[in-house]
Design a protein around this ligand. Sequence first.
Ligand code: SF4
Length: 140
Amino acid sequence: MKILASACLMGENCKYNGGNNLSEKLLEFIERNNAQVVTVCPEVLGGLPVPRVPSEIVNGNVTNREGVSVDREFRAGAAEALEIAREEMPDLIVLQSRSPSCGVKEVYDGSFSGRKVPGKGVYAAMAAEAGFSVVDIEDL
Ligand code: SF4
């Protein structure tokens, strides 16, 4: 099988704080299924730097903690990551929880206070809408 995964889950240091979310669970899943893996980081594909100011979806518009809109970068990166998915045609897309790009079932509420609400990040929403099977790493 082939999966497409958030790059940070595979140990790439592409998170806003320069770190990663390396997931043993994902590595085990890959080994168990002898899976081929493609990684994407929609935010880096959108031209955002590492590290970067953290962002949340504020009234539908991705905005960083300093109040600057990064919506265009997020949407451009998500569109590019969707193109990669269309080229690669993975059986499953596995994404990092609660990211404003990759979150599959919940995201932060836009108040930068740690509160979560049901919803999807920009990339997770696009990929699901395009018909891909998208799963949160927590539910893998
Ligand atoms: S955009 Fe996705 S892949 Fe990139 S750091 Fe955030 S959660 Fe990880």
